[in-house]
Design a protein around this ligand. Structure first.
Ligand SMILES: [Zn+2]
Length: 210
């Protein structure tokens, strides 16, 4: 299926930051491979938004904030289960910067998320309590942008949560599958593919978007 790009479409590029690429603190395998595809997509869309994971140094999602715990363990926080991660995307660090190869000069908004110490935010739309909005839905609505194309890192976490929230929020959603890479913890990539399908989120290769 081909997707023609309309003026009401927006490309949301999720967390293409140094720490999520090889050499970073929380590398998504082959994460850097999304960069050329996203750059090319960015030329085709009239509207582009970037998200940037942006944590204080003592963020609650960091294993280092929980003595005796290890990275990639899951714990219960007041808002539900939370995977503990290595320290990553700390505000102002090189790891939090966008990948140097990313060239999206026309991006209209950089949305930062995860800046509250006690709550993580995988999704570009809601923090991990699923009730605190980031403001992105309001921004898109006010601008008349109704269909969200998602690309970036990681497919099975921040892209997945963003897609689910966008869909529930009434947006049409398309995930550009070859412009994403996943972490794949305990089958999370396959689980994500199923979840997206059941929500009616289209997954498509970049070449089908014109
Ligand atoms: Zn994070």
């Amino acid at each position: 299926m081909k997707h023609g790009i309309a003026d009401t479409d927006v490309l949301v590029v999720v967390d293409v930051q140094n720490d999520f690429c090889p050499g970073g603190n929380l590398p998504v395998p082959h994460g850097e491979e999304v960069v050329p595809t996203i750059n090319e997509l960015g030329q085709r869309f009239r509207h582009v938004v970037l998200t940037q994971d942006w944590h204080p140094p003592d963020h609650r999602s960091f294993a280092s904030s929980h003595p005796g715990r290890q990275a990639f363990q899951s714990i219960e926080l007041p808002y539900g289960p939370q995977v503990l991660w290595p320290d990553h995307c700390v505000q102002g660090t090189a790891g939090a910067q966008f990948h140097a190869g990313l060239q999206l000069l026309r991006a209209e908004l950089i949305l930062r998320k995860g800046y509250r110490r006690d709550i993580d935010s995988y999704s570009a739309f809601y923090e991990n309590d699923h009730t605190t909005p980031t403001g992105l839905a309001g921004y898109l609505r006010e601008r008349g942008l109704t269909r969200v194309f998602l690309a970036g890192l990681a497919f099975d976490f921040c892209v997945r949560f963003s897609a689910e929230d966008a869909r529930r929020g009434g947006f049409e959603v398309v995930v550009v599958e070859d412009a994403c890479r996943g972490i794949d913890m305990d089958g999370s990539v396959a689980e994500t593919q199923q979840a997206l399908q059941s929500l009616g989120v289209a997954c498509t290769p970049a070449e089908a978007i014109r």
